[in-house]
Write a protein that binds this ligand. Structure first.
Ligand code: ADP
Length: 836
């Protein structure tokens, strides 16, 4: 820089500075002779002009002039200097702002070399309030050239952006904290994530500690921290609030209820240094961690305060928001934790249920096997048995098999759920396998008048299936189709597609309400009040089909229109890449005969031939007559056989038949199952009670469950009794007997009444007769008197006649004969009239 020639008029300069605000006065008053710029009087015109320009500007500007970088600034710049003012006026710029030089040094020097520099929101540390302070500035350094074109000084407008920049940074931290906390599965996870996020906010929060309190608020455990390692003096892992073994005043913090500010951190923890700066931490704040809806605090959070930021109002505002954000995150984690605990509990129940099913199924299998074996032995010799004995054994055998099938299904299910199922996938001709399975159903389907269409064209390559599982899939779907279809038909089709094979079982049955479709494959789900061939069912069949399809890497699905029919589809992938190598069998596995149980069972719903076996009642029958209704053929035959020893039984398969039979020939008693397709037991009861012929006929209901709603409504509607299944034969017979006896007593009582009434009536009639007799006697007497009078008259007239004849002497004997006859006949009539 070149030296300046003295001003010819220093007074002008001084006057000019007068208009330069407070700094103008200061510059004017200052003795510049002691500075590198020398006395004002000697200042060059360009310096004076520049100083004038700076002092009269409202924008914060500093001027750097001369070889010693002497700084002159205006009123706007003055606050930037903070505690450095007024020493900073006229001070060497690089000395004054030495702490910022690591950041601004380069641009400062390049401006002196003639290149203008502009920096925006530059972060720097200024030592203007007695400590290094984190600040942000937008500024430029522009060279000022003298008359010779040399750089004589720098023009340095500057604006402080500290609060804007720190505000943005804190907003970001709070936003990140919220985002990180979202979806935390537990409070501890939420606090860990909060600590991790605050690791990036160390400039504002040099350290953070998160303690959780135990239930009785006596012990606080450190669950997450940042800025300080856990277990240090300032971050004990466990703090006992009662013993006060932590220097943090935890009890007071909890009692305070709001954010608790501590300015004595160095007293509590001498020498504590942490976070990004080497200065001793002096201040912190702490508050309770609370979750919405929690009656008491669940923890305590402590945040350190930056050593390089002033405690201006923005800082506590930030701490308040920070605490609130942590509490929000904790609240949502708390909700997630509660939800998870609920789900865990449900899962636990489900697991327990699976284990229970597995155990109970096992337990059932042993006695069932022990029942089946002797039954089968006996049946092997059945040819020598009397028919009723054989039939009884067959019923027991069939039902033991059915029970075994149910138990096996449950066991299959629990095995799948426990992941303990071992599939044997074999390369199979799926078309042939499926046709074989479908054909087993043909006779049952056709017997009920449905069409049966099996369309399974040969598939070029083998398909990998577990035979037993495939069998269960096909048979379950077919059994359902038969159960829920009353007209039309059933179609089974197999269709090879690009990547999979598709089995469809379509029926024209009752269909499924649209709201039930999503639940169809859930375990134990059944559509309420669906019309079916039987009420039997557990709601487990489709769930099993789905699980089995899944085990094949496939899916099961259903489409249906209520009232029109349903299509169930199972798709399984072609090839075997999707299957575990150890589950692929080279040798075909033994086929278990699960199909037999299915066919036996479905036969029961469609076998109407059996109904008639016990229905014919001889017309000469004198035993009491019972109408007995149940849709289950075995149950029907069993009970019919029980009763038929003493009674004439009409066994029917449904409610309608029961009513028709009872009205046509009123029985002595009606026994009916409650659950039957079509008209159920309650319906039968109502129909009988509504008809005079059966109004008083005893009706006993058979119920599947004790305490059933239907049972109580049955009794309310006038059923005489109900019996819960299973029942002992003796009990059933005893109840039937007692109701028949009661009915007989009622009938006899009624007879006695009728008899008494008849006697009464007879007496009245006798009385009437007696009165009539007396009257007729009197009438006879009157008649007799009349007769005597008549005889006397007759005699008189005979004598008169004789006299007349004698006198006339004409045809004597003829007249005499006539008269004699007339007299006799008259007498005779009179005698008869008397005696009768
Ligand atoms: P279940 O037949 O033992 O009740 P499933 O799991 O086999 O149990 O079937 C569940 C429910 O789905 C049945 O209760 C029935 O309401 C409905 N459903 C199944 N198959 C059909 C079908 N083909 N047509 C109509 N409804 C069906």
């Amino acid at each position: 820089m070149s030296s300046e020639s003295p001003s010819s008029s220093p007074l002008i300069a001084v006057r000019a500075f007068v208009g330069g605000g407070e700094m103008g006065k200061l510059v004017s008053a200052k003795d510049w002779s002691q500075t590198p710029l020398g006395p004002i009087e000697n200042w060059s015109p360009s310096l004076l002009t520049a100083v004038n320009l700076v002092l009269n500007s409202n924008f914060p500007i500093a001027l750097v002039w001369g070889a010693q970088h002497t700084q002159i600034y205006n009123d706007g710049y003055w606050p930037i200097c903070g505690g450095k003012h007024p020493v900073s006026m006229g001070q060497n710029f690089s000395e004054c702002w030495a702490s910022a030089f690591p950041v601004i040094g380069d641009v400062f020097r390049s401006a002196l070399a003639g290149t203008t520099a502009f920096l925006e929101d530059q972060r720097m540390f200024l030592d203007r309030l007695g400590y290094l302070e984190e600040t942000f500035f937008t500024f430029s350094f522009s060279p000022i050239r003298d008359e010779h074109g040399h750089v004589a000084g720098l023009f340095h407008p500057v604006t402080e952006t500290t609060s804007k920049m720190i505000g943005q940074r804190r907003t970001r931290a709070l936003r990140d904290l919220t985002a990180a906390g979202l979806g935390a599965a537990s409070i501890d996870v939420a606090l860990l994530r909060a600590a991790l996020t605050l690791n990036d906010a160390a400039l504002d929060v040099p350290f953070a500690l998160f303690y959780r309190l135990d239930d009785d608020q006596r012990v606080a455990r450190l669950v997450a921290q940042t800025g300080i390692n856990s277990g240090a003096t300032a971050s004990p892992t466990v703090a006992n609030l009662e013993q006060n073994n932590s220097a943090w005043p935890l009890t007071r913090i909890l009692a305070h209820g709001a954010t608790f500010y501590l300015d004595n951190v160095q007293t509590l923890f001498p020498g504590l240094v942490c976070g990004p700066y080497p200065e001793l931490i002096t201040a912190a704040c702490a508050r309770a961690i609370t979750g919405a809806g929690q009656g008491k605090p669940i923890g305590i959070m402590v945040f350190g305060r930056s050593t390089r930021l002033p405690m201006n109002p923005a800082y506590p505002d930030f701490f308040e928001l920070l605490g609130a954000t942590v509490n929000n995150v904790v609240t949502s984690a708390l909700a997630a934790e509660t939800e998870r605990r609920r789900l865990d509990a449900l899962a636990e129940i489900d697991r327990a249920k699976t284990v229970f099913f597995a155990n109970i199924s096992h337990e059932f299998r042993t006695p069932l096997t022990l029942m089946l074996a002797p039954l089968e032995d006996e049946l092997a010799n059945a040819v020598h048995m009397p028919t009723p004995t054989r039939e009884r054994l067959e019923t027991a055998h069939r039902n033991a098999l059915r029970l075994l099938k149910l138990v096996n299904t449950l066991l299959d299910f629990s095995r799948i759920e426990a992941g303990r199922v071992h599939a044997n996938f074999q390369a199979s001709d799926l078309a042939v396998l499926t046709i074989e399975l479908a054909d087993m159903f043909r006779s049952a389907v056709e017997r009920v008048g449905l069409s049966f269409d099996v369309d399974c064209p040969k598939i070029a390559e083998p398909i990998y299936v577990d035979h037993e599982m495939w069998e269960k899939i096909v048979l379950n779907l077919l059994a359902n189709a038969l159960k829920y279809t009353f007209s039309g038909g059933i179609r089974v089709a197999l269709n090879a597609r690009d990547n999979d094979v598709e089995l469809t079982v379509t029926d024209t049955g009752v269909g499924i309400p649209v709201n039930e479709l999503p639940l169809l494959f859930e375990r134990f789900h059944r559509v309420k009040d669906a019309r079916a061939r039987t009420h039997e069912g557990t709601g487990i069949g489709l769930a099993l089909v789905q699980e089995l399809a899944r085990l094949h890497g496939g899916v099961a699905s259903a489409v249906s229109i209520e009232g029109q029919g349903s299509t169930f589809t199972v798709r399984i992938p072609r090839g075997h890449d999707h299957l575990a190598a150890e589950q692929i069998q080279a040798i075909p596995a033994m086929r278990a005969n699960a199909a037999a149980a299915f066919i036996d069972e479905t036969d029961q719903w469609v076998d109407t031939a059996m109904l008639t076996t016990v229905t014919a009642i001889a017309t000469t029958e004198t035993r009491p007559r019972i109408v007995w209704a149940d849709d289950n053929a075995d149950m029907r035959n069993y009970v019919a056989r029980l009763l038929s020893t003493d009674y004439a039984v009409t066994a029917v398969a449904n409610g309608e038949d029961a009513v028709v039979s009872a009205l046509a020939q009123p029985p002595d008693l009606v026994l009916t199952d409650i659950m039957m397709p079509g008209l159920d037991g309650i319906g039968v009861l109502r129909a009988l009670r509504a008809d005079a012929r059966t109004k008083l006929t005893p009706v006993i209901l058979l119920s599947a469950r004790a305490g059933d709603e239907e049972t109580s409504s049955g009794l309310a509607e006038g059923a005489d009794d109900y019996i819960v299944k299973p029942f002992a034969a003796r009990e059933l017979l005893a109840r039937v007997r007692s109701h028949l006896a009661m009915a007989k007593l009622r009938r006899e009582a009624a007879m006695i009444q009728i008899h008494a009434a008849q006697v009464e009536q007879n007496e009245a009639e006798s009385r009437k007769l007696l009165a009539a007799e007396t009257a007729s006697r009197r009438a006879l007497l009157r008649i007799l008197e009349g007769q005597q009078r008549a005889e006397a008259a007759l005699r008189v007239s005979q004598e008169t006649l004789q006299l007349t004849l004698d006198a006339a002497q004409i045809g004597y004997w003829d007249l005499d004969l006539i008269t004699h006859a007339a007299t006799r006949s008259l007498r005779h009539d009179l005698i008869l009239g008397y005696t009768e």
